[in-house]
Design a protein around this ligand. Structure first.
Ligand SMILES: [Zn+2]
Length: 667
């Protein structure tokens, strides 16, 4: 018994530590899978004696932050029980049968468990009232003003119930997560450990602009409460209704499936989960019928009618062969572990990032150690833990740039160390690679390998020299592997890339802190390249003016000004401007229908009303429900009522369904 108590205390302390890292500091040290296993181990040890040991370890979430108003969940947001293998799932069904005394087939929905942040949203008469986080399950944080910056998060519902409370998950797509941590690394900040921490760190902030810039997404998956004017009988009906009301609902799910079909679905998704652009950590099975759900009810911490079938953690153990240092385009030094090649989730990994030297010190990692490496999607694999120390050697922080040997500099408030030599070859190569990359000028035929090679051969020396490649035809054709055809393809794609936008141009220059979002704001501010060129030598004025532009922080303005203070940079910009066709700024969402008001009436035969409205919104229309003298168009389907008459009286332009289709087709 004494031994058991000791073990319980130890496990509890460990779980509490990971709770803190996970919820309050957004920087977990172990995978969720391992965390859930720890919890399961503790529960097994306690075996019903929970009360003897207090319940703190079972807390569902985190204490709501005082930075936000608190919102009480009238219906608690419970967590789900976990199943780690098929036996656990079969056990789950067995318990349900026993509880219900049920011998017939049971039907479930099987839905992807998105790895994000759960939220709750309340609508009154179709108008969004409040959005909150889960918090500790009973009290959440009011995040309404941040949530409404998320794309397609409805603030007003069509044909709504009087009252509606929904649940869902806010998440960051893997591609956006990758971009975000790339920027954080380049800026010398500590990157988020995973997409869920990034989603949480982007949503639970005081500045809504930050939330907006992070491009979060969401899925709605549950109706917690709905007024009696709407009757739904099952989870699969709820999903349909949510979709009809205009919420984003994940189309990938099984409705009314038997348990063996659920398990098959689990296997299918598990195999291709790396192809999906958001992180999922398992499949949730829910008893479909509400009548049965109600009979089953909840335990103190989770519903009896649902279980999360978890995927095994996507990590592997490997040995570090050496630690080398990479130079980034902004001079930041990133330590990289070269590993004995290892298969993680179907992909062979031979290098993993260590982020920075603070991270190396935290992990206590050095050459030869056995380490745990994780990989998720396209995100760079990273070392998360030392499994076995092989030596007591300490990894030394480099003093000189591995490329140009300049003395490295450490920013006082940042963790990164960097090479500040503007002629550092590696930085120049990385800048050229960035310039040609998909998100910048998108020169398809000019990849990383070619750029490195051409730079070595001095065929490309700086950004403008890319556009003189056609002069080097002889030299390039004389290189092995390059044929006439691929040469002309490359020249064509370089030519094509000359047409670019002002925002992409700013972004392509590799100026510290000037990422895609800030580039967009700069483009909006300057409107065209000439306005920028006219101010380029007057840094003081530019600094004063830009400082007050919404969305641009002071450090960004300082970096931009530092960049154009250097004469060679100005020369380069001018050269590029002569070569490129940089389009003037166009308001992103402005179309020829922007701000026009449109009303739909009658029955549409070729599309649903919702579909038609979505198309209208996409085109920039404002959709209203009543005709007024400000209405620009009325789309009249079959069996129109008074709206058609009103429109005729007011002289509003009337479109048939076919006219509308014709009009949208042209867009
Ligand atoms: Zn260097």
């Amino acid at each position: 018994m004494k031994q058991k108590n000791k073990e319980i205390s130890k496990l509890k302390a460990e779980i509490e530590k990971h709770n803190r890292l996970y919820y309050s500091e957004n920087s977990p040290e172990i995978s969720d899978y391992d965390y859930d296993l720890l919890k399961k181990k503790l529960e097994n040890l306690l075996a019903g004696d929970e009360d003897l040991f207090g319940k703190t370890y079972m807390e569902i979430g985190y204490t709501p932050s005082n930075n936000f108003a608190k919102i009480e969940h009238k219906i608690p947001m419970l967590s789900l029980d976990n199943a780690f293998d098929e036996n656990d799932v079969m056990e789950f069904e067995k318990k349900i049968r026993k509880f219900l005394g049920h011998d017939e087939d049971l039907f479930y929905t099987a839905e992807l468990k998105i790895d994000g942040l759960s939220f709750c949203a309340i609508y009154k008469n179709g108008i969004l009232d409040k959005v909150s986080t889960r918090g500790d399950g009973k009290i959440g944080e009011d995040i309404t003003k941040n949530a409404i910056t998320i794309d397609n998060f409805p603030q007003k519902l069509d044909n709504p119930p009087e009252f509606l409370e929904i649940r869902g998950e806010i998440y960051l797509s893997r591609s956006n997560f990758e971009k975000l941590i790339q920027t954080q690394i380049e800026n010398g900040e500590k990157p988020f450990a995973n997409s869920r921490n990034a989603a949480s760190g982007s949503l639970r902030v005081l500045d809504s602009q930050i939330t907006k810039n992070r491009n979060l997404s969401y899925f709605a998956y549950n109706i917690a409460q709905i007024s009696d004017d709407f009757a739904i009988q099952s989870q699969s009906e709820s999903l349909e209704l949510l979709k009809k009301l205009g919420f984003r609902v994940n189309d990938v799910f099984l409705g009314k499936a038997k348990i063996d079909e659920c398990l098959k679905f689990y296997d299918e998704i598990n195999k291709k989960r790396y192809e999906i652009d958001y992180d999922i950590d398992g499949i949730v099975y829910k008893v479909d019928e509400f009548i049965l759900q109600n009979r089953l009810g909840n335990t103190s911490k989770s519903p009896r009618w649902a279980i999360a079938h978890k995927f095994a953690g996507n990590y592997a153990i490997s040995q570090i062969l050496s630690i080398t240092n990479q130079v980034g385009r902004l001079g930041n030094i990133t330590p990289v572990a070269n590993l004995t090649p290892i298969n993680i989730g179907g992909v062979v990994v031979s290098r993993a990032t260590l982020h920075n030297y603070d991270e190396i010190a935290r992990l206590g990692v050095s050459d030869g150690d056995l380490v745990k490496v994780t990989r998720a999607g396209d995100v760079v694999p990273r070392v998360v833990e030392v499994i076995e120390k092989k030596s007591d050697k300490i990894t030394q922080i480099p003093q000189n740039c591995p490329c140009c040997n300049s003395v490295l500099v450490k920013d006082e408030d940042l963790v990164a160390i960097k090479c500040e030599n503007p002629s550092c070859d590696e930085q120049i190569i990385q800048k050229i690679i960035h310039f040609a990359s998909k998100d910048a000028l998108n020169i398809e035929g000019l990849g990383k390998k070619q750029i490195e090679r051409f730079y070595d051969l001095k065929i490309i020396t700086d950004l403008p020299s890319i556009f003189r490649l056609f002069e080097k035809k002889e030299t390039i054709l004389s290189l092995d592997r390059t044929g006439e055809k691929s040469f002309s393809n490359m020249i064509n794609s370089i030519d094509k890339a000359k047409n670019t936008s002002l925002a992409k141009f700013f972004y392509s220059l590799s100026i510290r802190h000037i990422g895609e979002t800030v580039s967009e704001i700069l483009a909006k501010y300057f409107q065209n390249i000439n306005n920028f060129l006219n101010q380029i030598t007057n840094h003081k004025e530019m600094y004063e003016k830009l400082k007050n532009v919404d969305g641009i922080g002071e450090k960004m303005v300082i970096e931009l000004c530092n960049f154009i203070k250097i004469e060679s940079n100005v020369e380069m910009i001018k050269k590029l401007c002569e070569i490129l066709n940089i389009a003037d700024y166009i308001e992103k969402n402005s179309t020829k229908y922007s701000g026009m008001k449109i009303v739909f009436t009658g029955t549409l035969t070729k599309m649903t009303r919702q579909e038609a409205k979505n198309t209208a919104l996409k085109l920039g229309f404002e959709v209203s429900s009543a005709v007024s003298k400000n209405t620009n168009f009325l789309v009249a389907g079959m069996d129109c009522g008074s709206k058609l008459k009103d429109a005729q009286n007011l002289g509003v332009k009337i479109l048939s369904e076919d006219d509308w289709l014709e009009m949208t087709k042209m867009q």
